[in-house]
Design a protein around this ligand. Structure first.
Ligand SMILES: Nc1ncnc2c1ncn2[C@@H]1O[C@H](COP(=O)(O)OP(=O)(O)O)[C@@H](O)[C@H]1O
Ligand SMILES: [Mg+2]
Length: 506
C-alpha cells in the first residue's frame, strides 16, 4: 500500500505511514484493499480502451513523460461506519467508484491505483492525447457532478453526504512497467505524483485544487479562483494553487492550442486556399478537405484560412466535432449554427430562443425554428409529433435552408473542424448535403485525420489537401522561430528534428 499523503510505501499491516505518520485510509473499517477494488472494477473498463492502454504501455520500458496526475479522495464513508455494516459500506464505496471510474474512462485517463478511499489517475501516459490537462480538468468537474448524483440516489439516508476532494498537478514523471499483473503493470513515480496527492489532501470537500503548472496549461479555458499560496509539508516554499470552478465553453476555438504566432511552409496550400477564397462568391458549393495526422498542422492552417478570409472581408463560420461529443446527435451542426447565429455555448435556453427568433426573421426562415431549436438542444412547443424519419428530413431541410439563406446575405465560408470525431447524425446530414448538391453556395473546408471513417466517400465531393510533414528546412525555421533564436547549435537541432520527424506538434 502507498501513503495517501506522502505516497511512501506502507507495510500491509500498518495503520500509520512510517514516513509521515498519516493514518492509513480505511484502516479499521473493513474496507476492501485497493488491489481487490481494481479487480472488482475491471469489468467496467471498455475493452477498446483497455487494449489501447495495454498496447501503449507495452511499448515503453521506462521513460520520462509529461503527464497530469489526479488524486481524487472520497470522504464521508468513515463516518458511516458507525451506523452500517462494513459490507454495506464497502458495496457503497464500490458503487461510488464505479461511477467515477466510468468518467475517467470517458476521458481516457489511466487508473493508476486505489489508495484507501482515493484513486490516482494519470492523463498522458501510457496513452497520450494532445489535450491531457484539459481532459483531466473536464474529468474532475464531471466527477464532482457524479458524486452529487450519487448522494441523491444512494439508498442510505446520508446525513453527511459523501464528498470528493481532488488535486491535479502536471509535470514530468518516470513512467514504466513496475509489476507483473496486466492492469497494474504501468505506473508513474516522481515529485509530480507527490504534489498532486498533497493538493488533494489540502483541498476541502467539494473542491478541486490545480497546481500552477496544471492551471497554466488550461488557463485559456478554465475558470478558477486564485492564485492562493499554501504551505506544504516537506516543501520550503509555499505552493501556488488555484480552485477550479468551471470550464469556459468557447465557440469554434481550439482551447488546447495556444494561437501560434509563426507559420512556416505550406506555400502551395496557402496559394490554393487563397484562390478558392477569391472565387468563393461564385461557387455553387465547393468542398475542400484538409487531411493529416494529429499534430501535423491542420488547425494551424485553419488559422491561416481565417486570416486570409478576413483580409478579403469574408467571415468564416465554424462548426466542430469533439472527442467528447461523438455520441451527441448533430453536434457539428449545433456548433456551426451557433457560430452563424453568434450564440455562445453557455447562453441560457431562454435567450437562445429569443436570438433564434430574431435571426430567423431576418433570414426569413421562421417556419423551421422548431427544427433549428431541436439541433441546438432546446425544447420547442411547436415541434411536430411526426415520425423519426420524417422529422429527420425536416431537420436536414431546415439546416440546408438556414445555411443557404445565410450565405446569400453574408460573405462567408464554412469551416468544419475535426470531422474524425463526427457523430452519426451530423455525418448523415453532411453526406445528404454534399451528395445531393444541396451545399450552400460558398466554400466549405473540412479538416480531419486520416482515421475519419467517411473520408473516402466525402473526398469524392471535392478537392483534398494532404498535409505532409514539414520539410527539414521548414522544421528548422520553425524551431528557430519557436526558440526566438537565429543560431541553434546543430546538435540540438538534430535531436529535435529526429524526434519530431517533421510533425510540428513535437
Ligand atoms: N506550418 C506551421 N507553422 C508553424 N507552426 C505550426 C505549423 N503547423 C503546425 N504548427 C504548430 O504545431 C502544433 C500542432 O499543430 P495543430 O495545427 O494543432 O495540429 P492538428 O490540428 O493537425 O492536430 C501547434 O502548436 C501549431 O501551432
Ligand atoms: Mg487540430
Amino acid at each position: 500500500m502507498i501513503c495517501r499523503a506522502c505516497t511512501a510505501e506502507i507495510p500491509p499491516s500498518a495503520r500509520f505511514c512510517p514516513q509521515c505518520g498519516t493514518p492509513v485510509a480505511g484502516a479499521g473499517i473493513g474496507v476492501i484493499p485497493a488491489t481487490d477494488r481494481l479487480e472488482l472494477l475491471k469489468d467496467y473498463i471498455p475493452p477498446e480502451l483497455a487494449s489501447k492502454i495495454i498496447n501503449a504501455g507495452k511499448k515503453i520500458e521506462s521513460e520520462r513523460r509529461h503527464v497530469t496526475v489526479m488524486f481524487a479522495d472520497v470522504t464521508g464513508f468513515t463516518a458511516l461506519s458507525e451506523h452500517y455494516d462494513p459490507e454495506v459500506i464497502s458495496d457503497l464505496l464500490n458503487e461510488c467508484f464505479k461511477g467515477l471510474v466510468s468518467i475517467v474512462h470517458k476521458y481516457e485517463g489511466t487508473i493508476d491505483k486505489f489508495i484507501g478511499d482515493a484513486v490516482m489517475v494519470i492523463f498522458g501516459a501510457p496513452l497520450a492525447h494532445e489535450n491531457d490537462p484539459e481532459r483531466a480538468v473536464r474529468c474532475t468537474l464531471e466527477m464532482m457532478d457524479d458524486i452529487k448524483r450519487f448522494n441523491l440516489v444512494s439508498q442510505l439516508n446520508l446525513s453527511n453526504p459523501v464528498t470528493l476532494h481532488i488535486g491535479l498537478h502536471s509535470g514530468i514523471v518516470i513512467a514504466g512497467n513496475v509489476g507483473s499483473n496486466l492492469r497494474m503493470n504501468y505506473s508513474v513515480v516522481g515529485d509530480t505524483v507527490n504534489l498532486s496527492s498533497r493538493l488533494a489532501h489540502l483541498a476541502p470537500p467539494g473542491e478541486i485544487f490545480l497546481s500552477e503548472a496544471t492551471f497554466k496549461s488550461v488557463s485559456n479555458l478554465a475558470i478558477a479562483d486564485g492564485p492562493f499560496r499554501v504551505s506544504i509539508r516537506g516543501k520550503a516554499e509555499p505552493v501556488v494553487v488555484y480552485k477550479l470552478r468551471a470550464i469556459k465553453e468557447i465557440l469554434g476555438y481550439d482551447s488546447h492550442r495556444p494561437a501560434g504566432k509563426h507559420f512556416v511552409g505550406r506555400e502551395r496550400e496557402i496559394e490554393k486556399i487563397d484562390k478558392l477564397l477569391e472565387f468563393s462568391k461564385k461557387f455553387n458549393g465547393f468542398h475542400l478537405f484538409v487531411k493529416g495526422e494529429a499534430g501535423i498542422g491542420k488547425s494551424r492552417l485553419k488559422d491561416e484560412v481565417y486570416r486570409l478570409a478576413i483580409a478579403k472581408a469574408i467571415a468564416p463560420r465554424e462548426g466542430f466535432c469533439s472527442g467528447f461529443e461523438i455520441n451527441t446527435p448533430y453536434f457539428l451542426w449545433n456548433t456551426l449554427i451557433r457560430s452563424i447565429l453568434q450564440i455562445d455555448l453557455d447562453t441560457p435556453e431562454r435567450e437562445i430562443l429569443t436570438i433564434l427568433q430574431e435571426r430567423a426573421a431576418v433570414l426569413k426562415i421562421q417556419k423551421v425554428i422548431p427544427y433549428i431549436a431541436a439541433i441546438l438542444g432546446i425544447r420547442h412547443d411547436d415541434l411536430g409529433d411526426e415520425e423519426g424519419t420524417v422529422r429527420k428530413q425536416k431537420i436536414f431541410d431546415a439546416v440546408i435552408g438556414l445555411l443557404d439563406n445565410y450565405v446569400r446575405k453574408h460573405r462567408t465560408i464554412f469551416i468544419l473542424e475535426d470531422l474524425h470525431w463526427i457523430d452519426k447524425f451530423s455525418q448523415e446530414l453532411l453526406y445528404y448535403m454534399f451528395s445531393g448538391h444541396k451545399s450552400p453556395p460558398t466554400l466549405i473546408v473540412g479538416f480531419y485525420r486520416p482515421e475519419y471513417a467517411h473520408a473516402r466517400s466525402m473526398e469524392s465531393f471535392g478537392d483534398v489537401i494532404n498535409l505532409s510533414r514539414l520539410t527539414k528546412e521548414d522544421s528548422k525555421a520553425l524551431i528557430r522561430m519557436q526558440l526566438e533564436a537565429d543560431i541553434i547549435p546543430p546538435s540540438i537541432e538534430e535531436v529535435v528534428l529526429t524526434r519530431s520527424e517533421g510533425n510540428p506538434f513535437y
